[in-house]
Design a binder for this molecule. Structure first.
Ligand code: RI2
Length: 320
């Protein structure tokens, strides 16, 4: 059977569903899963002509890109892999996708490692970090600080509504870091005991704004008021190229059932629930954006973006 333009491989469908339902979550992990799904699509495609193969890959890209709107790592991963597609035959096209997906995944790992090494230099022996949500980029900084022989403590915010702070707490405990778990509303009180607020990012805009899990902006404003530095760990994969030309980053609105169960609703009565997954922290509340290319004051991130994206022109590689 030949796959039509609208059909995608079951592995792509399942990755897309897992990303949409947050079985697969976290900006870097989503990017990795998307690249892996494209590789499976290429490997197992039954396309008989180069045109058919290209159409199949575009359809896979479209299915994946529509899953979650805010983390730019997803379209950036798809662009990287699909722009690497080249060749005159189906076999040539297939191997180009497999090569670029493998290269992307290798670089992703390497970038997180390099970022962690740089971020760790900001942490001193005995420091306490306060975390929000769960970011593998942020935890890479802690891991490297431990490798450097530093003792690090963590105050972990629960992070409603999905309590992803629990994942952070588990990872930190696996690294033997002492963890104090707090509810989100307790954050300001515990800033007095915090040396760094350490968060990740889903997207970074050209003006240095940080788009991250809802609650980051309030935490940053409180931290600034208390004189606690705010460090954002974000690989360059999180830099949002469209924001260089004035586009804004769409904030994902998630299901009201993440906030209010049917039972709770029956008890309370009919209410409107709003559940934005992310917010925007203005650059003036951020001290440093740590990437694998070094650390940057947020206002200067646009220079790095021009260097990385300056020559990218034209439409999206998943568009027909
Ligand atoms: P890493 C997550 O989003 C969190 O907002 C986290 O800070 C960000 O992705 C970056 O994660 P979600 O997918 O790439 O949990 O650093 O909504 O792992």
């Amino acid at each position: 059977m030949t796959q039509s333009d609208s059909e995608v491989h079951p592995a792509v469908e399942s990755a897309a569903e897992d990303i949409a339902t947050m079985e697969i979550r976290g900006a870097a992990t989503i990017a990795d899963a998307a690249a892996e799904a494209l590789a499976v699509e290429a490997e197992e495609s039954e396309a008989e002509t180069p045109a058919e193969f290209r159409a199949t890959m575009r359809a896979a890209g479209r299915r994946l890109v529509e899953t979650r709107p805010t983390a730019v790592s997803l379209p950036n991963a798809l662009r990287y892999v699909l722009r690497g597609m080249g060749g005159e035959s189906v076999e040539g096209l297939r191997s180009s996708i497999l090569d670029s997906a493998a290269e992307f995944r290798r670089e992703l790992d390497q970038a997180q490692d390099n970022l962690g090494r740089i971020g760790a230099n900001r942490l001193r022996d005995g420091d306490t970090v306060m975390t929000h949500c769960h970011s593998t980029d942020a935890l890479s900084c802690v891991e490297h600080a431990l490798d450097q022989g530093k003792e690090i403590h963590a105050i972990v915010k629960e992070t409603r509504p999905r309590k992803q702070g629990h994942i952070t707490a588990r990872w930190l405990r696996e690294m033997d870091v002492p963890v104090t778990l707090i509810v989100d509303n307790a954050a300001r009180r515990y800033l007095d005991q915090t040396d760094h607020v350490l968060v990740g990012a889903d997207s970074i805009a050209a003006d240095g704004s940080v788009i991250n899990k809802i609650g980051t902006s309030g935490l940053a404003v409180n931290a600034r008021e208390r004189g606690v530095p705010i460090m954002v760990a974000a690989q360059t994969l999180k830099l949002h190229p469209d924001t260089m030309t004035g586009h804004t980053v769409e904030i994902e609105m998630r299901d009201e059932r993440e906030v209010l169960t049917l039972d709770d609703e029956a008890d309370i009565g009919d209410v409107t629930v709003e559940n934005p997954a992310f917010d925007v922290t203005p650059p003036r509340y951020v001290d440093a954006i740590v990437t694998e290319r070094g650390q940057f004051p947020p206002e200067s991130i646009v220079t790095l973006m021009r260097e990385l994206f300056g020559d990218q022109q034209g439409g999206e590689p998943w568009e027909t």
